[in-house]
Design a protein. Structure first.
Lengths: 556, 344
């Protein structure tokens, strides 16, 4: 049982291994899929498209920078508050419906942000069913705040409702694994229950909450689908406008490069602010069974808060989707949907395996061989999550096609006319590499946080017993990492199910998935018809989420 | 010995598994064989597959296709270079075809058949791409609150009499970028900027992300007039014949309705160039034209082809004769102009 302990890192070691080691090379290899597009993006900074920049900086950037900052601040704040407080309630307290909300509050994870957005706008806009019904019954609807209003409240709320589960899930595992005994210990030392929560439990959960909030922040910065439904112009929209509107790829990449610099700086600051703190954790199962029983008004307050979030983020949008889906199922639903669903599941499943395995190795390598190189590569490798999808997709596709052409040239030079045709960039390998570039952060966050909670004492005990290297990972760490691994796998799985731009550009011929189906409908403005594939995405995503929480429930 | 062979067996088993896995992951990536046609399509599956299926049924040529937005598809073509599997690039906007041609990704196809059946303003002056269906962007108005006699040209929508009554889709959408590019081609930048500023001043509400939502807003009474592609209106009409919105052919006493095309070109490194050319010529024929336009309630480029009854009911209209190639040439200028005018 360890509380957060301030312990300075051994600075001498930091300086000592400046040389790249085998571990660093391994970290580099794992980060490579993300590093290559990042290099393409960074390379653009050397060829500024000055004419386009003059225009952007005068007419476009002031608006999009302000909008992006507002969106980011709003979403980060809302998701941190919603996610952490709900996690606290379900993991530590007891209130009516707690068992249900424990897993139900994760379900919004299965609804893609862009889907939640078109449901919200479709339902709440002036021409939507709510306001139309109000007008028909003679109730004025003009006083309602416009969901698409330019100050962005609508998109902030929608994106927060779509993304808070990242924080909830990670904070929940923190609270569950640190155990309630920490609180009891704090209380025997004279702290009130509330003070114990604020001063002990919350700081101890910080790596998890920070990991969750970083995922939310990166996803927000990279988002294109959700903001597009609201016509809310963010940095991503400026990138797309420079690229597809003004045909200036270089300006688009430069904008992306600045976005990356911003993300790097933010991540560095967050890391730095807790770099002098080490975290340890209680062994799971080592805590008392007694929950904090909420009484009186607070019982029902907790119940109402959890219900409200569940209704808005999942139940109501899901019901609306089902209504739309049923309306169009007669004409649209056919046997091809079996194929769409199977391909989505195959891609999501294999991506989850590959990415989580890579995350474990990367997190482990950065732990046992902590040094500037491994740290750098693990940072860079997880940066892909903040790159707008299409930019990253093209950043992967272009080098892949280049390599393929090189390979083809070599084959032709060796075998002449008999050379087989190769098409690497349109194969599943490329799809998986691209997913890895994008979603390594999603697998790495939970795995790394759980790894940080395994104290160094355990490592030292293992080493003293002669268990080192891979054996230590296998016999000591993996069993302790189970929750982190399961969490990472589910997050990656669900994210890949929802992913659009990378799947679109890298998928092999005929590999249409559910998300591709949604794209086909929304791109033609047919939101209601997009509900059918969206419902299938949600249902397919529910399964692993429920499985994960059932597992967690056993532990609790 | 038993131990040894077991180990060996295990090794073989794992080699087999590895080979199988490699095959599964790499096979779909093998280059397409000859005797088929490969299409990169920015036109969604529902609007292209019926046409491709018909072609296969008639000619026996297998057609494979992949859909995406035009931007990524063009980058994809460019990156694949000489090894691209694609024979045809198909888009929903002339500007995108213009951009692909500018980057040398499309080849010249000098076909008397195409020249004869597709009007000159609806194809590339350099014969690198051709329009196969016509998309008209015109004025939609509330049949309950607007007297069509008040309507006129695109420029007239900038008139203060429409203050608080106009709905527009976002300027990030390519159809609006093409429309404004065509206005620049006709009036020059200063006059076009005045028009766009007038539109922005007349907006009833924030811009929309789709033409469908815009039409619904007119029906619901949020605004009275807007600019839409006609087939979005046609789709609604197919489901709700009583929809309280009507179309007005813009600028009929001036230069005419602004039109765009959904079109295609043969890629510069097409492996099946002759087959690709045959396909384009087939697309320009009467049967394919009817199908191409009907599947999405668009207009055929070939004037001889019969219209869908829903589309025919809107009556004939005068088209603006400016070449749709201008939409690409002036697109970047149009985007900048709209940014300057505060058109979000």
């Amino acid at each position: 049982m360890t509380a957060a302990v301030a312990a300075p890192l051994p600075q001498s070691r930091w300086l000592k291994d400046r040389q790249p080691t085998g571990a660093a090379l391994l970290a580099f290899a794992l980060a490579l899929p993300a590093v290559v597009p990042l290099l393409v993006i960074a390379g653009s900074l050397f060829t500024l498209d000055t004419e386009v920049w003059a225009h952007l900086s005068r007419y476009v950037l002031p608006e999009v920078v302000l909008n992006t900052v507002r969106l980011l601040a709003g979403v980060v704040l809302l998701t941190a508050v919603i996610g952490t407080s709900l996690a606290w309630l379900t993991a530590v307290c007891d209130f009516p419906g707690r068992r249900f909300f424990d897993w139900a509050l994760l379900l919004p994870l299965a609804i893609p942000g862009y889907v939640l957005a078109f449901v919200a706008v479709g339902f709440l806009d002036y021409s939507g069913p709510l306001q139309s019904a109000m007008r028909e019954t003679g109730v004025a609807s003009a006083w309602l705040p416009a969901i698409r209003s330019a100050n962005g409240w609508g998109v902030i709320v929608v994106l927060s409702l779509a993304l808070y589960p990242y924080v909830y899930l990670l904070a929940r595992s923190a609270f569950l694994s640190q155990g309630r005994r920490v609180l009891e210990a704090a209380q025997t030392l004279g702290l009130s229950a509330r003070a114990a929560a604020w001063r002990v439990a919350l700081p101890m959960a910080r790596p998890w909450i920070a990991a969750g909030v970083s995922l939310v922040a990166m996803e927000t910065l990279a988002d294109f689908g959700t903001v597009s439904v609201f016509n809310y112009n963010t940095f991503t929209k400026a990138i797309y406008s420079a690229w597809f509107g003004m045909f200036s790829i270089s300006a688009a990449l430069e904008l992306a490069a600045f976005l990356m610099l911003f993300v790097l700086a933010a991540l560095w600051l967050e890391r730095r602010s807790r770099s002098r703190v080490r975290y340890g954790g209680g062994r799971s199962g080592a805590y008392a069974e007694r929950r904090i029983e909420l009484r009186g008004k607070s019982r029902w307050l907790a119940f109402s808060a959890a219900s409200l979030v569940f209704l808005l983020a999942f139940l109501l949008p899901f019901l609306q989707l089902v209504v739309w889906a049923v309306k169009h199922a007669g004409t649209d639903l056919d046997v091809r949907y079996v194929g769409f669903a199977l391909r989505s599941l195959a891609l999501a499943g294999s991506a989850a395996c590959v990415i989580v395995a890579a995350s474990v190795v990367l997190a482990y390598v950065t732990r046992v061989q902590a040094g500037p190189w491994t740290t750098l590569f693990s940072r860079l490798g997880t940066l892909g999550y903040a790159v707008p999808g299409t930019v990253l997709a093209v950043g992967i596709f272009v080098p892949m096609a280049w390599f393929n052409n090189l390979l083809q040239g070599w084959l032709v030079s060796v075998f002449g006319d008999a050379a087989p045709g190769v098409y690497l960039q349109g194969s599943l390998v490329t799809v998986l590499i691209a997913y890895m570039a994008r979603f390594l952060a999603v697998g790495f966050g939970p795995v790394d946080s759980s790894l940080q909670r395994i104290t160094r004492n355990i490592d030292e005990a293992a080493i003293s017993l002669g268990v080192t290297g891979v054996a230590m990972l296998k016999r000591v760490h993996l069993p302790l990492l189970r929750t982190g691994i399961a969490t990472g796998a589910v997050l990656v799985f669900v994210d890949v199910m929802k992913e659009m731009p990378i799947t679109l550009i890298t998928r092999p011929f005929g590999w249409d998935t559910l998300a591709v189906r949604v794209f086909e409908m929304t791109t033609e403005g047919e939101w209601e018809r997009a509900a059918l594939p969206a419902v299938v995405i949600v249902l397919a995503g529910l399964f692993p989420i429920v499985l994960l929480t059932r597992r967690g429930a056993h532990v609790a | 010995m038993g131990r040894m062979s077991l180990k060996r067996k295990n090794m073989f088993a794992s080699v087999r598994v590895a080979t199988l896995a490699a095959a599964v992951f790499l096979l779909p990536g093998c280059a397409p064989s000859s005797g088929e046609l490969v299409v990169y399509s920015a036109r969604v599956e529902a609007l292209i597959k019926p046409i491709l299926d018909r072609y296969t049924a008639e000619t026996g040529t297998q057609v494979r296709f992949v859909t995406d937005d035009a931007g990524p598809l063009i980058e994809r073509l460019n990156a694949e270079g000489a090894n691209t599997p694609a024979d045809i690039l198909l888009t929903v906007d002339a500007g995108e075809l213009w951009f692909a041609a500018e980057r040398g990704l499309l080849q010249r196809v000098d076909s008397p058949v195409l020249a004869a059946s597709i009007p000159e303003s609806l194809r590339d002056p350099g014969n690198r791409w051709f329009g196969f269906s016509l998309r008209a962007r015109t004025i939609a108005y509330s049949s309950e609150r607007v007297d069509p006699a008040m309507l006129g040209s695109y420029a007239d929508l900038a008139d203060p009499k429409w203050r608080g009554r106009l709905c527009l889709r976002t300027s990030k959408q390519i159809y609006n970028q093409s429309l404004v590019a065509m206005l620049i081609a006709e009036f020059g930048e200063p006059r076009t900027e005045e028009i766009v500023r007038g539109w922005v001043a007349n907006l009833a509400t924030d811009v929309f992300s789709s033409d469908v939502k815009l039409l619904e807003a007119i029906a619901a009474g949020q605004c009275d007039v807007g600019l839409v592609n006609t087939y979005y209106y046609g789709r609604i009409l197919r489901e709700q014949p009583e929809f309280p919105v009507k179309l007005f052919w813009a600028d009929q006493s001036g230069s005419g309705v602004h039109v765009n095309v959904s079109g295609a070109g043969v890629t510069a490194h097409a492996r099946h160039a002759a087959e690709a050319r045959r396909f384009l010529e087939w697309l320009a024929g009467a049967e394919a034209q009817g199908l191409f336009a009907r599947v999405n309630l668009e207009f055929p480029v070939s004037p001889a082809v019969e219209l869908d009854p829903i589309v025919a009911a809107w009556g004939p209209f005068k088209q603006n004769p400016i070449s749709v190639a201008k939409a690409g040439e002036l697109q970047a200028d149009a985007v900048r102009l709209m940014d300057r005018a505060g058109y979000r």
